[in-house]
Design a binder for this molecule. Sequence first.
Ligand code: ZN
Length: 138
Amino acid sequence: MKSYRKELWFSTSSRRELINITPDVLNCIYESGVKEGLCLVNAMHITASVFINDDESGLHNDYERWLEKLAPEKPYSQYQHNGYEDNADAHLKRTIMGREVVVAITNGQLDFGPWEQIFYGEFDGKRRKRVLVKIIGE
Ligand code: ZN
């Protein structure tokens, strides 16, 4: 069995951002040489997510508004976590949007359903953060 590990680094210019990382994950699969297997992609930080959905700008704006209703960034004082930090909302947003995805690899490709794309969801950006890609298979 082959095994492959890579860290993808991101540094967003804004606090919140959604980035389509499907091309980066595909490159990992090509580098791994795995044709049949599984690909795990997870955020390595507790204020960022990896999730699968549509690459459609209206939906991405809807995510922003929906998450701000559920866990508004401000006022910072509404959260007990914000004693020395201001990112309680980012922790909550990460929990809602998820930590990781696992995608089947078939014929050396991501075995997606219609319109599925992999996203890095940043909720407390403006600093370097990582995503782990782990691939196993033959
Ligand atoms: Zn925190």
